[in-house]
Design a protein around this ligand. Sequence first.
Ligand code: SF4
Ligand code: SF4
Length: 118
Amino acid sequence: MTKEPWCPTIYVDQCDRCDGTYKCVNFCPHGVLEVREDNVSVIHPLKCVYGCSSCADLCPKDAIIFPRRETVSRSIKKKSLLQRVICEGCGKKFLSNREIKYCFTCEKTLRTKLRGSR
Ligand code: SF4
Ligand code: SF4
């Protein structure tokens, strides 16, 4: 299967920053997005899960797009390459293409705690 490059493109002009709450940045369980100089930036494009488009689904301004979103995500879901995960730390529901138990934020917190206890 040929994998297309898969990561979001943010239309900054269309984004209203969700009144400072940055829904997409706070939602992404894989740490792909970050706020840089008040704008949403894609800082880790390779961490974006192929076929996931959850951040675009929750964007109230339609400011997030993906390449050939419809066809790719449908075929990926059909092949069951994406699985629904409920983070064991915070309960956030998201899609992943690998076996994981925690979202990015909870995993980061756990790692920091582990490092501190050594
Ligand atoms: S969810 Fe949409 S409007 Fe809100 S910060 Fe992200 S890109 Fe901007
Ligand atoms: S598509 Fe999924 S993994 Fe990629 S940035 Fe959006 S929420 Fe994160």
